[in-house]
Design a protein around this ligand. Structure first.
Ligand SMILES: NC(=O)c1ccc[n+]([C@@H]2O[C@H](COP(=O)([O-])OP(=O)(O)OC[C@H]3O[C@@H](n4cnc5c(N)ncnc54)[C@H](OP(=O)(O)O)[C@@H]3O)[C@@H](O)[C@H]2O)c1
Length: 248
């Protein structure tokens, strides 16, 4: 039996990941805030033969987060922990910068909460000598996006954390995968006013992530055209990348 924990499982990519991992050989721990949507996803997973435990809480409450992680891991030692929950959105053109309260929430859900949770579960997994941590970042973490500085910065921080944590916990038998999605058709990206090039469905993204996590990938960029864009952007002068982004 594989024990898989997924945060943000009540919507979008997290819900699709839950369904993709739902087999009779899996016990899923699904986290979200919206009870009705989380239970609907849990029911789908149970119908596929999985045992499912749900927990509704706000990740911004770090004490509750740490307690939830301890409870989940004591109930069923976590094999794969997918910290997926996130808060997105780009700034309207007329705004100078992000509203401070929204910036705080974004930094908390996109960076602080997954960093706290990943450290906590890494200690538990490391003591057992096995486990896989998956952090859902964003292609926005690879580029300094003027239309979403807080989002971009929170995901860039997560990317650096994933890289450093991977190097740290490897010797304890723990793997770390960073996932950097481009545009995936979920409520988060549907709320954007910008175009969504190379858009794929959440189910398509989940199938790719599931397969590549099983292979132990270090960094998954999905869909693939964004991997090519990221590689090209790494080769051209940074001033050119900045000029293109400021026009977008
Ligand atoms: N969609 C894209 O194009 C795209 C691109 C790049 C990266 N990503 C990343 O992929 C991940 C999933 O995004 P998505 O597109 O699937 O978004 P989504 O459909 O809006 O789902 C976001 C999930 O995060 C949960 N969440 C948000 N704030 C929370 C909080 N304070 N406490 C607990 N849970 C919270 C939501 O729970 P409730 O709904 O129950 O509140 C929901 O389950 C995010 O990390 C996002 O940054 C998405």
């Amino acid at each position: 039996m594989a024990n898989i924990l997924i945060s943000g499982a009540s919507s979008g990519i997290g819900a699709a990941l839950a369904r993709s991992y739902a087999t009779p050989q899996a016990h899923l721990t699904l986290w979200g805030r919206n009870f009705a949507r989380l239970e609907a996803v849990a029911e789908d997973c149970r119908a596929r033969g999985s045992q499912v435990t749900t927990n509704c809480f706000d990740l911004a409450d770090l004490k509750v987060l740490i307690a939830a992680l301890a409870e989940a891991d004591q109930h069923a030692p976590t094999d794969i922990a997918i910290f997926n929950a996130g808060l997105g959105g780009s700034l309207p053109h007329e705004a100078i910068a992000q509203d401070a309260v929204i910036a705080a929430a974004m930094a908390m859900v996109n960076f602080t909460a997954p960093v706290v949770a990943a450290n906590d579960i890494a200690v538990r997994m490391g003591a057992r000598g096995a486990g896989h941590i998956v952090l859902i970042g964003s292609i926005a973490g690879l580029f300094a996006l003027p239309m979403a500085p807080t989002y971009s910065g929170s995901k860039a921080g997560l990317m650096m954390f994933a890289e450093a944590l991977r190097a740290r916990v490897k010797r304890h038998g723990v793997s770390v995968t960073l996932v950097s999605p481009g545009f995936i058709d979920t409520p988060m990206s549907q709320s954007l006013s910008e175009p969504r090039p190379f858009l794929i469905s959440a189910d398509q993204a989940a199938a790719i992530i599931n397969k590549k996590v099983a292979r132990g990938a270090r960094h998954i960029i999905v869909p693939w055209p964004f991997a090519i864009i990221a590689a090209i952007a790494g080769l051209v002068p940074k001033a050119l990348v900045r000029a293109v982004l400021s026009r977008y």
